[in-house]
Design a protein around this ligand. Structure first.
Ligand code: NDP
Length: 256
């Protein structure tokens, strides 16, 4: 038992979107062995409750990932409290889908600002410290829709395609640099299929929300948020020389 605990990841992580669903599950899964966690989202009451449940080494920070200074604060908080940033899990994301024919530009902006720019702000916040450390893990939660286009979800799918592309781009830049400085910073994307969370709640076009909820509920034995949290743990606990690039995880019986 003790040996098992010794082998568990014990670093410092920042997790965005930790007030519900996958982000919350990641925090719950990492907390028992982590040196420190900074958990972030807009609903700070939920974060505070989660942090007090998980322990003093879990710091809740109210953060809107659309605001760069909010995201930068996550890195400074991790450094002030724990002196390092070993991992960033860029998980915050919204669904706000609707047919593109509706030209819901506000939804488009929100998706791009959260799902793409939020991820980039996260990367910018932690990279200087990771480059100095020459180590670190950046894990971006993308989606199956990083490779497929689902009907009525064009802009959401585009945002997740972007997450995959920018992750690969960053990985390439880091590996070129590692020839000079020997850094072992890893970049991974985890691309889930249907996971039962509050994901559909962020959709503001009611008929689309209903369709999405129905679609998700039609999947027999969907993934749980914990399933994805365990993938994050697998990535973090991989041997130092092993970088998980992209991990697609879907319910066996998913038919959408
Ligand atoms: P949830 O809606 O349960 O969680 C989304 C999280 O993102 C919440 O904690 C929310 O917190 C946070 N968030 C949203 N907008 C912002 C913002 N502007 N600033 C900070 N935090 C924000 O859904 P999931 O757990 O399912 O989603 C997590 C990730 O998984 C997303 O990137 C999603 O695209 C991806 N995903 C989900 C799938 C699924 O089937 N559930 C499938 C594939 C990918 P708050 O509202 O408090 O700010």
């Amino acid at each position: 038992m003790d040996e098992e605990r010794d082998n568990r990841w014990s670093g410092v992580a920042i997790i965005t979107g930790a007030s519900s669903g996958i982000g919350e599950a990641i925090a719950r899964n990492l907390a028992p062995s982590a040196k420190g966690l900074v958990i972030a989202a807009r609903r700070d009451a939920r974060l505070n409750t989660l942090a007090s449940e998980l322990g003093d080494h879990v710091i809740p920070v109210k953060c809107d990932v659309q605001v760069q200074s909010d995201v930068t604060t996550l890195a400074t908080t991790a450094l002030e409290h724990f002196g390092a940033i070993d991992a960033l899990v860029n998980n915050a994301g919204i669904a706000r889908m609707a047919s593109m024919l509706r030209c819901r530009v506000e939804d488009w902006d929100a998706i791009i600002d959260t799902n793409i720019k939020g991820v980039l702000y996260g990367i910018a916040a932690v990279l200087p410290q990771m480059l100095e450390q020459k180590t670190g893990n950046i894990i971006n939660i993308s989606s199956e829709s990083a490779r497929r286009i689902f009907l009525g979800a064009g802009v959401y799918c585009a945002s997740k395609h972007a997450v995959r592309a920018l992750s690969e781009g960053l990985q390439q830049d880091l590996s070129i640099r590692s020839r000079k400085d020997g850094n072992t910073i890893k970049v991974s994307t985890i691309a889930p299929g249907v996971v039962m969370t509050e994901f559909a709640e962020s959709v503001t076009h009611e008929p689309t929300k209903l369709n999405l909820v129905r679609g998700m509920q039609s999947v027999d034995e969907p993934l749980s948020a914990k399933n994805i949290a365990e993938c994050v743990q697998f990535v973090l606990e991989s041997p130092a020389h092993v970088e998980v690039g992209e991990m697609t995880v879907r319910p066996v019986k998913q038919n959408m």
